[in-house]
Design a protein around this ligand. Sequence first.
Ligand SMILES: NC(=O)c1ccc[n+]([C@@H]2O[C@H](COP(=O)([O-])OP(=O)(O)OC[C@H]3O[C@@H](n4cnc5c(N)ncnc54)[C@H](O)[C@@H]3O)[C@@H](O)[C@H]2O)c1
Ligand SMILES: O=C(O)[C@H](O)[C@H](O)COP(=O)(O)O
Length: 367
Amino acid sequence: MKLLADENMPYVQELFGDWAEIVTCAGRDMTPDQLADVDVLLVRSITQVNEALLAQAQRLSFVGTATIGCDHIDTALLARRGIAFASAPGCNKVAVGDYVLAALLKVAEHKSWQLADKTLAVVGVGNTGSQVAARARALGMKVLLCDPFKAQGDPTAFVELAHALTADIVSFHVPLTREGQHATWHLLNESAIDGLSSEQVLINACRGDVWDNAALLARQLGSTPLTLVMDVWEHEPEVLAPLVPHVLLASPHIAGYSLEGKARGTFALYRALCELKQVEMVLSPEQLLPAPPIGAVHLESPLDQGLIARLVKLVYDIERDDRAFRLALGQPGFFDRLRKHYPQRRELGSLQLINAGQTASELGFKV
Ligand SMILES: NC(=O)c1ccc[n+]([C@@H]2O[C@H](COP(=O)([O-])OP(=O)(O)OC[C@H]3O[C@@H](n4cnc5c(N)ncnc54)[C@H](O)[C@@H]3O)[C@@H](O)[C@H]2O)c1
Ligand SMILES: O=C(O)[C@H](O)[C@H](O)COP(=O)(O)O
C-alpha cells in the first residue's frame, strides 16, 4: 500500500509505517501525477482535494484530513468515486480553547479590563466554540451563544447574530460555508463592521474568509478602530499586510496547533483506516506524546486573573506567536514557513495545578 501524506502531519510513520510505503510532501505542492499509484492520501487544510488533484488517482481508496474544517475537500466527488473519507472532528478543539483563553487574557491586559465584568459572544457553538464558552464562564464572564442550527433545538439558549455583535468580545467559530441561509462567507461584512463600537474586540480563530478583511482594514484606518485578534486571514497564505499593524494579536493559522491536537488529528485517520481495513489498533494518542516540559505547579494563592494569565503563559505564550508573525511578515513564504516550523506547543491540560480547584479544571488545566 502506498500512502501520500502532508509533511506537516506528525506521527504518520509511527502509526502507518507497518502497513504502508510512506511518501510525504508539502501540502500545497501535491500534484495529480504524484497520486497515480497512491492508495491512501492524508492531508491538512491547505490541500484542495478536488477533480483536478484526483485526475490520475486510479488506486485511491481512502482520503483523510487531519483537521476539523473540511472546506478544502470535495466530499461529493469522493462519494461519487467510492473513495472512503474521514476527517478529525474535535481533534484540536482544546488547542483553540487555549488560544482564545490566552487571547482574552492579553486583551484584558491591553485594555485594563476585568474579564469577569465583560460579555463574550461565541458565534458557532460546536466543538471549538463550546470550549471557548466554557473557559469564558470559568473566568466569570457572561456568555452569549449564537448558532442558528443549534438554536432550532433550544431557541431560548441562543441569540441572533445582531445581538451577539453587541458583546464586548465576539469570538468566531463557524465552518466556512458559501451556500444556504446561514452561509458564513463574509458573515462579518462591511455593514456588520460599521455597526460595531470602537470599544469592542473581535477574535477570528476559524476561517479567514468569514471576515471581510478589506472592510476591516477600512474601519481600522478610520478614527474608531476595533481591537482585533486574528489567527486566520482571507486568501491564506497571503495576508492583507496593511491590516497587521492594526491587529492586537496576529498569528498564521495556528490556533489549533498543539502537539496533542495534531496527534489526535493523525490518530483519528489511523482509527478510521483501521476500521475500514478491519485491522486492530495497536497504539493510542497518549503513547505518541512526549512528557510535557513542566509537569506540575503548586499554587500558594487563590486563582485571580493575573495568576491565570501567568499560568497560561507558562504553557502557551500567545505573544511569542504574534512577535514571530510580525518579524516574518513580508518575507516570501513566511506564512507556511512559520506553520511548518511551529514550536512544540502543549495544551494547558499538560500542566497539573496542585492545590487548585474546579475553576482551574474548567480553564483547561489538570488539577
Ligand atoms: N484556526 C484553527 O487552527 C482552527 C482549528 C480548528 C477549527 N478551525 C475552524 O473552525 C471551524 C469550527 O470548528 P468546530 O470544531 O467548532 O466545528 P463544529 O462543526 O463542531 O462547530 C461549528 C458550529 O458552527 C455552527 N454554525 C454554522 N453556521 C453558522 C452561522 N452562520 N452562524 C453561527 N453558527 C453557525 C454550526 O451549527 C456548528 O455548531 C472549523 O470548521 C474550522 O474551519 C480552525
Ligand atoms: O480545521 C482545522 O482543524 C484547522 O484549521 C487546521 O487543522 C489548521 O491546520 P492545517 O490543517 O492548515 O495545518
